[in-house]
Ligand binder design. Structure first.
Ligand code: B3K
Ligand code: ZN
Length: 883
């Protein structure tokens, strides 16, 4: 397999102006014809024209209406090369055949539940027709679709429907025209038996946009929330960024077989059903929130991704980091900002930090790839969003908006780079961004160590920062980064102190603005070692550092345990209030893990229980915040902090603390369950979700005690629940403990919901991720459950992906978990390389474990890599993991 490098980027020799596509969809085969206007980048030049194309049959090639002869072109397994095209502008016409029915990779044109649909990003268009499949080729498209009318009554593509009609033999056709230039990865086609929920949105300039969400008829009632989310997103983008939708029609199609979450094709977004379909009875609050976020995300791409796109795939974070940032802000504005920030940061810590510290570590803008699909990662997306957030932290909301405005003013209709975004932010604000660009080029999570000291005589408070960026593959030595540290100082009563000025780098900088006191400031840490000295500080403060998590770093401060408890009780920055509790919990868990490993008895620090008790009883706090504050850091997060990750110890310790907390805080938890029961209808809003979250977390703690009356309570909640959020939470609570009740309730749940594949996936995931010892056998049995299907990605992610989430069973000492996964990867790779590649990633951190596990994990990777006919996708992950 060939590695592709960013440094090798070359402008294309040819551009495309217009592209007219025609599809004749059939049961046996599909015939694709394209007519492209081609022009050279440099006038008068003549180079061979190389088109990408994979796995299709070429029928004919014409240039300027003349058939090419055999010697004029060359076809191999990856390309069609036109040896010497005419000088100047010409038309190229190609006819080819494809077989969507046999396409199990779910990339290109394929069938899902009897309907045709497409997925082209990143490089799927080359499985549809021969093309320069790269995002810097932007052209105007038309698309004609012809198909059997009774089987495929609905025919959709990008843009506007300009013509349709009936044809002989029970067929019909539709002709679509997209007035906006686009790269081919945004092309989409859907044909099938679908119905739509229709609504409309009036843009702020008064244009009426028809909104249609397409699903099979029986699912239409479940699209209410998706439609609400779409309208909310359209309004939000106008209000916050002044960005309006630019066509008269916006389509969303939900399909059950989809490799990822969704795809932002111009005016024809295609979604994984699980991110569209929801009803109170079948979807949880988390599902509702995910739908809101992803509908928003795909809609926001219309400007950040579609109108302004990426020059090449290395720039992916230009659109993804930015669009994730935008969807995070949207969700924050629609719900609780603090809670959203907490969930996003947890996600970063549990998934991105481990990636950044492992063999697949790569910068937000990778330097190379073998298969681009492997780089749709938490680093490009979530860390990329943190990078965008840092611009906003440095510039403020207004400065950030100015930067965005300039970005669109300069680049609308273009394919650009991360530097272009950086330059727009800088130029719009005349900002000094120092060494900020290294966030795009250096991998690894910076470690920032802070020490503080107070000078009582001089009334100064000093903070010293030392940063270090750990080595990552291919980057042994790193430059210091530009780290914005947002901070405040608390006085002994817990109030924020006014910040007057800070001495730094030989100059005294004034913090107070226009005589107005300032309580939170942003320090610019740009060097390996730096000191900031605050003046006019009347008493020793407790610093609240990295407020709102202002940079994606690991912070190690010299704060005392008492300081952390103080911040947990008083910090005005709610994020840091939560964070202090998490720092305490992480320290506690790590020290108990050490005790566990030395076979010492485990004892829970009473101060920790006390700290949580005061959070629980603080009526001024938001209920969902409380829920987050009493949730322990994830097992992945703790393992990631250990020299040698010990899944058994981490799991044992986390379960121990949970049980201890449950018994110490039993009375509080019981009243949390009682006081937060639903009385009325399901409502998706923050207060109601917060209430349900609180009840559910309390129930889960209580059920961990395995006391008959508490199990009975969980069972009661399970039966009484009128929505999936509470029903499923009760099921999860019960399923923690092996036994008859667990088995019966799991069976009952399946019985109830077997007709709903999205709910059945929850049932698979719950069982698969169980930490009940020896669960691998159960998971193997579930592979042959009638509701399971290896060809459906959602089912694979639920059952096989879910299994990898169990520290106990995936990492079982006898190697049974690793062996299971190894077998699955090989099987899946033959069906769908993208899915196999996601699954094989669970092995990538094998070096983090003890010697025995290392041996077992490595053996599976070696077995995988020696498999005949392995995909490039899996090869890349497996070989980099072994390197
Ligand atoms: N842009 C798509 C991701 C495509 C992944 C291709 N393997 C979804 C999104 O980020 O909005
Ligand atoms: Zn995206």
């Amino acid at each position: 397999p060939k590695e592709i490098f960013l440094k090798d980027y070359k402008f294309p020799d040819y551009y495309f102006d217009t592209v007219d596509l025609s599809f004749v969809l059939g049961e046996e085969k599909t015939v694709v014809s394209s007519k492209i206007t081609v022009f050279p980048r440099v006038e008068g030049s003549s180079y061979p024209l190389v088109l990408d194309g994979q796995g299709m049959k070429l029928i004919s090639v014409k240039i300027n209406s003349e058939n090419l002869k055999d010697g004029d072109y060359k076809v191999d397994s990856r390309h069609l090369t036109i040896r010497s095209p005419p000088v100047g502008t010409f038309t190229l016409e190609i006819v080819n055949e494809i077989h969507p029915q046999n396409n199990t990779s779910l990339e290109g044109l394929y069938k899902s539940s009897g309907n045709f649909c497409t997925q082209c990003e990143a490089e799927g268009f080359r499985k549809i027709t021969f093309y320069q499949d790269r995002p810097d080729i932007m052209a105007k498209y038309t698309c004609r679709i012809e198909a059997d009318k009774s089987l495929y009554p609905v025919l959709l593509s990008n843009g506007n429907l300009i013509e349709q009609g009936d044809l002989e033999g029970g067929k019909h056709y539709a002709l679509w025209e997209d007035p906006f230039k686009k790269p081919c990865y945004l092309f989409a086609l859907v044909a099938g038996r679908l119905e739509s929920r229709d609504d409309s949105f009036i843009t702020r300039s008064g244009r009426k946009v028809l909104l249609r969400i397409w699903t099979p008829a029986q699912d239409l009632p479940k699209t209410v929330h998706a439609m609400y989310s779409l309208k909310a997103a359209m309004k939000w983008d106008e209000d916050v960024f002044g960005l309006e939708y630019d066509l008269d029609l916006f389509n969303i199609v939900a399909v059950p077989d989809f490799n990822m979450g969704a795809m932002e094709n111009k005016s024809l977004n295609i979604f994984n059903s699980k991110l569209v379909l929801a009803s109170p009875e079948t979807a949880t609050d988390a599902d509702y929130a995910a739908i809101l976020g992803v509908i928003g995300h795909e809609y926001f791409h219309n400007w950040t991704g579609n109108r302004v796109t990426c020059r090449d795939w290395f720039q992916l974070s230009l659109k993804e980091g930015l669009t994730v940032f935008r969807d995070q802000e949207f969700s924050s504005d629609m719900g609780s900002r603090t809670v959203k920030r907490i969930t996003d940061v947890s996600r970063l810590r549990n998934y991105q930090f481990p990636q950044d510290a492992g063999p697949m570590a790569h910068p937000v803008r990778p330097h190379s790839y073998i298969k681009m699909d492997n780089f749709y990662t938490v680093t490009v997306y979530e860390k990329g969003a943190e990078v965008v957030r840092m611009y906003k932290t440095l510039l403020g909301s207004q400065g950030f908006r100015k930067g965005m405005d300039l970005y669109f003013e300069r680049h609308d209709g273009q394919a650009v780079t991360c530097e272009d975004f950086f330059a727009a932010m800088r130029d719009a604000n005349g900002a000094d961004f120092a060494n900020f660009l290294s966030w795009y080029s250096q991998a690894g999570t910076p470690v920032v160590k802070v020490t503080s000291s107070y000078n009582a005589d001089a009334h100064t408070f000093s903070l010293k920062f030392i940063q270090e960026v750990p080595p990552t593959p291919g980057q042994p030595v790193k430059e210091p980064m530009f780290i914005p540290i947002q901070l405040g100082l608390l006085d002994s009563s817990g109030k924020d102190m006014p910040l007057a000025s800070v001495y730094h780098d030989g100059t005294l900088e004034c913090i107070a603005k226009d005589d107005q006191p300032v309580y939170t400031t942003v320090l610019r840490v740009t060097k390996r070692e730096e000191e900031f000295v605050f003046s006019d500080i009347p008493e020793r403060p407790v610093p609240s550092i990295l407020r709102g998590y202002s940079a994606p770093v690991r912070l190690e401060s010299d704060l005392l345990e008492s300081d952390l408890f103080f911040l947990l009780a008083h910090d005005s920055d709610e994020f840091n209030r939560w964070e202090s509790g998490q720092v305490l919990a992480r320290k506690l868990m790590l020290s108990l893990v050490a005790d566990f490993q030395q076979q010492k008895p485990l004892v829970l620090n009473p101060k920790f229980v006390h700290g949580l008790r005061s959070i629980l009883s603080d009526a001024s706090l938001d209920k969902e915040f409380i829920t987050q504050a009493i949730t322990l850091p994830g097992e992945g997060e703790i393992m990631d902090m250990m020299e040698v990750a010990d899944p058994d110890a981490v799991h044992a310790v986390r379960s121990f603390i949970r049980k201890q907390l449950a018994s110490e805080l039993k009375a509080e938890f019981l009243s949390m369950v009682k006081n937060n029961r639903s009385s009325d209808q399901y409502v998706f809003n923050h207060p109601n979700m917060a209430r349900r979250a609180q009840k559910n977390v309390a129930l889960s703690y209580l059920a961990s005690l395995e006391e008959p009356e508490l199990t009975e309570l969980a069972l009661h909640e399970y039966k009484a629940a009128s929505n999936m959020t509470e029903q499923f939470a009760a099921l999860v609570a019960i399923a923690q403990n092996p036994g008859k009740t667990r088995d019966e309730v799991l069976a009952d749940f399946y019985e109830k919901w077997q007709h709903d594949f999205l709910v059945v996936n929850k049932w698979f995931a719950l069982q698969a991720s169980s930490n009940i010892p020896g669960n691998v056998d159960n998971v193997r049995k579930l592979l042959s459950h009638p509701a399971f299907d290896l060809r459906n990605p959602n089912k694979v992610y639920s059952l096989i992906g879910g299994f990898c989430g169990s520290p106990v069973n995936f990492h079982a000492k006898d190697g049974s978990g690793y062996q299971f996964l190894g077998e699955m990867v090989v099987q899946l790779d033959k069906i769908n390389p993208q899915v196999a590649s996601r699954i094989v990633s669970a092995f990538s951190r094998w070096r983090r474990y003890d010697e025995m596990r290392q041996k077992l994990g490595k053996a599976q990777l070696e077995m995988i890599i020696s498999t005949n006919g392995l995909s490039e996708n899996v090869f890349e992950i497996a070989s980099k993991s072994l390197a």
